[in-house]
Ligand binder design. Structure first.
Ligand SMILES: [Zn+2]
Ligand SMILES: [Zn+2]
Length: 365
């Protein structure tokens, strides 16, 4: 049996269609037929050669849903719906962690495991098992992957963003300490920002203020429950600050989520948090500059809590899936572009130009 994949052989060059033999499965491995693969913003950075984790040649794609074709060895229990078997529809948590280190075993923070790796990020297709990314019609998944079984009549594509942006945003909320009735600022309107609006609404925010620059995406945020939209291309930073203070009795927000990955956005988020509030930053997936803070005014006297967020854990994939299941029709609009596998280069382009909110590859259509 053979499988096709779109391979990244040189940075900034079109992906190339290649055929690979499907290797014999080792104990615990699962072969999945990919029905939908998400194109993540960080795939664009990897394609551009800006991610130090990449070894070429490789198959991109760390967001996927599909159908189990074969399992080697014992039937495995899955997180929703009993033992896994051929024919089951599945989504999986993207990180593989060691379960043995200080972070995994003592601190219960597997997302910080130094041995953590992800199919479609840390994997090369130069050697077996070759099929290690989602831009392919099949993927071979490691024995340590955690699966969620999906009801057969579910729209699978809509679930794709749960793997990465949804799970990372869930992690940010998990760490935020948000309370029912809190005022929330969402800085950024990519998939992370849109998920954040939906989570804030579900967690009972009294105000959800969104700062972004794309009208179509801001409108999407409004549908998910944003109560105030601030277009940074039409308002100065001072005007935005006045608008936030007006909505929060002159205090600033209880929690700001920085989901842009720009130093200026980070600085603005901190400035809009009330005394004693929290700034949660999940926007930085790669090095992207510095900010200067006044240690007394911005941190000490402000009693600021500043929390970074890196990737996610299985529990966060669960939270993201649940959120999408609760709002399927709204999340269907998040996926703005669909392409066959052969047009993966077009999918990367529309994500790079931000023409797409989310692009999805459909290898078997
Ligand atoms: Zn991602
Ligand atoms: Zn570990």
């Amino acid at each position: 049996m053979e499988a096709k994949a779109m391979v990244l052989e040189k940075f900034n060059r079109p992906l190339v269609m290649r055929t690979f033999p499907v290797p014999k499965l080792r104990e615990g491995e699962v072969l999945v037929k990919i029905e939908a693969a998400g194109v993540c913003g960080s795939d664009v950075h990897m394609w551009e050669g800006r991610d130090p984790r990449i070894r070429l040649p490789m198959i991109l794609g760390h967001e996927g849903v599909g159908e189990v074709v074969e399992i080697k060895g014992e039937l495995r229990d899955v997180l929703h719906g009993g033992p896994l078997k051929a024919g089951d529809k599945v989504l999986w948590s993207r990180g593989v962690t060691c379960g043995q280190c200080y972070y995994c075993k003592v601190k219960m923070q597997p997302s910080l495991c130094p041995n953590r790796w992800v199919h479609g990020i840390h994997t090369t297709c130069a050697e077996p098992p070759y099929l290690t990314g989602n831009y392919a019609d099949y993927i071979l998944l490691d024995q340590r992957i955690h699966f969620f079984k999906i009801e057969p009549d579910t729209d699978l594509q809509v679930l794709v963003p749960a793997s990465c942006s949804g799970a990372t945003t869930a992690h940010a909320f998990d760490l935020s300490g948000m309370e029912f009735g809190d005022t929330v600022l969402v800085q950024g309107v990519g998939p992370l920002g849109i998920f954040a609006v939906a989570f804030a609404k579900s967690f009972g925010a009294s105000q959800i203020i969104v700062i972004g620059g794309t009208e179509q995406r801001l409108e999407m945020c409004r549908r998910f429950g944003a109560t105030l939209i601030l277009n940074r291309n039409r308002m100065s930073q001072e005007e935005r600050k006045q608008a936030v203070l007006e909505m929060t009795h002159g205090r600033g927000v209880d929690i700001a989520f920085e989901l842009v990955g720009e130093p200026d956005a980070m600085k603005e988020s901190i400035s809009l948090v009330r005394t004693g509030g929290s700034c949660i930053s999940a926007g930085f997936g790669e090095p992207h500059g510095k900010i200067e803070l006044d240690c007394f005014h911005d941190i000490g006297r402000k009693h600021l809590r500043l929390q970074g967020v890196w990737v996610s854990e299985v529990r966060h994939t669960h939270m993201a899936l649940q959120l999408i299941w609760n709002h399927v029709q709204d999340f269907q609009k998040l996926i703005t572009h669909h392409f066959p596998l052969t047009q993966a280069n077009d999918a990367i382009r529309v994500m790079q130009t931000k023409e797409a909110v989310k692009a999805v590859l459909l290898p078997h259509e």
